[in-house]
Design a protein around this ligand. Structure first.
Ligand code: PHB
Length: 396
């Protein structure tokens, strides 16, 4: 005997991050019903500092599906980045090389735009749920959960989507014999800060130095986001503002270039790894975004890949509900993984090209500078970087 309240829907979605909400939004526009549940609170997600680069294809999807014109108003279009090494800056001119741009618009804002739109459209999105359990993935999936008021529910759906992030609960429901995990660990992490300071440059600076990598990004006129390569076990409490700025200066300043400094208002260590779960489907469960793969942040690909997955899955579901054919849905995992592996390669390449491992010998350091020089002196090298960074053709 159960007194669970039943929710019947076509697609159940675990996770109300950008991937889960975007899928729910696209499905709603196509007349397909979904219910989204999320273990975190809206406030908690809205207050988490996340990365900020959107490919042109991601921006187009936000704009075309009517979720955000704020990205065009409040985001900053970037037509290139700077690679900085040996004290010199080299511009990678995306517009000139591949005719594309990216947008600096934080993931937190993408979440806020999607959450507001789902709520305005009367979408069924439930935050702060607990006790989630998943059943019957090979048949008609069911999800049990308790809502924020302590009421118990059972969702009965035709498909279940795991958009529940890198600590995915859904992923662990897939039997070991039916999946493969591909891992790569790196011997470094990022020390990330938010600082009150004026912008130091118009575009992002990816800096390589003998002392390690640093990334100079931005948020607003008065708040900047920056990172430097650190040990994964680094303790933020041991870093006061003076020590942090000295580290940035050693890695970025020189030849007349100086960072604008100011009070550090947030600091955190971000460990990273490369991970892919294959295939991205089991029975009637589909994995999207970080639930299926994580990339190091050096290539700025995490959110963009998640949105690409969503587009592929949406096309499959839409085609199924419109025509009854499950061909495109059957191709979901392969279609998504094609881009996932390109992005894994790009993120791995940017990471190893720009970071300096502890104890690197003279050969490996000189080889690394040779690699950087060969990229910035070759139109083909620069164009590969520009094409990958702005997002491969295929999603416009
Ligand atoms: C950020 O602005 O947080 C950011 C930008 C580019 C990256 C990673 C993070 O590659």
């Amino acid at each position: 005997m159960s007194n669970r309240h039943i929710i019947t829907t076509q697609v159940a979605i675990m996770g109300a991050g950008p991937a889960g909400l975007m899928l729910s939004h696209l499905l709603a526009q196509a007349g397909i019903d979904s219910t989204v549940i999320e273990i975190r609170s809206h406030k908690d997600i809205a207050e988490t500092v996340r990365a900020g680069i959107l490919e042109h294809g991601t921006v187009n999807l936000l704009v075309d599906s009517g979720v955000s014109d704020r990205v065009l108003r409040d985001g900053d279009r970037h037509d290139g980045i700077e690679l900085r090494f040996n004290g010199e800056s080299h511009r990678v001119d995306f517009k000139e090389l591949v005719g594309e741009s990216v947008w600096l618009y934080p993931q937190t804002d993408v979440f806020l735009d999607l959450a507001a739109r789902r709520s305005a459209d009367g979408g069924d999105v439930r935050y702060s749920v607990t006790n989630t359990t998943i059943h019957d993935l090979e048949g008609k999936p069911k999800v049990w959960f308790t809502d924020a008021d302590g009421v118990e529910y059972e969702i009965q759906a035709e498909y279940l989507v795991g958009a529940d992030g890198s600590r995915s609960h859904c992923r662990f429901e897939i039997p070991e014999a039916d999946r493969k995990w591909h891992f790569h660990e790196y011997p470094f992490a990022w020390f990330g800060i938010l600082a009150q300071a004026a912008r130091s440059a118009e575009e992002l600076i990816y800096a390589n130095s003998d002392k390690g990598f640093a990334l100079i990004s931005q948020r607003t006129e008065t708040v900047q986001r920056m990172y430097f390569q650190c040990d994964p076990k680094e303790n933020v409490a041991e870093w006061d503002d003076d020590r942090i700025w000295a580290e940035f200066r050693r890695r970025v300043n020189g030849n007349g270039f100086e960072l604008n400094e100011g009070p550090v208002i947030e600091k955190m260590v971000l460990p990273f790894r490369s991970f892919v779960h294959t295939p991205m489907r089991y029975g009637n469960l589909f994995l999207v975004g970080d639930a299926a793969h994580t990339v190091p942040p050096t290539g700025a690909k995490g959110l963009n890949l998640a949105i690409h997955d969503v587009r592929m899955l949406f096309e499959g579901l839409e085609s199924y509900y419109r025509s009854g054919s499950s061909d495109l849905l059957g191709a979901y995992s392969a279609r998504a993984l094609d881009r996932v592996w390109k992005a894994q390669q790009f993120s791995y390449w940017m990471t190893t090209m720009l970071h300096t491992p502890e104890g690197a010998n003279d050969f490996s350091r000189a080889r690394q500078l040779g690699e950087l020089n060969s990229v910035v002196s070759s139109r083909h090298g620069l164009a590969y970087l520009a094409e990958a960074y702005t997002g491969w053709p295929g999603i416009s």
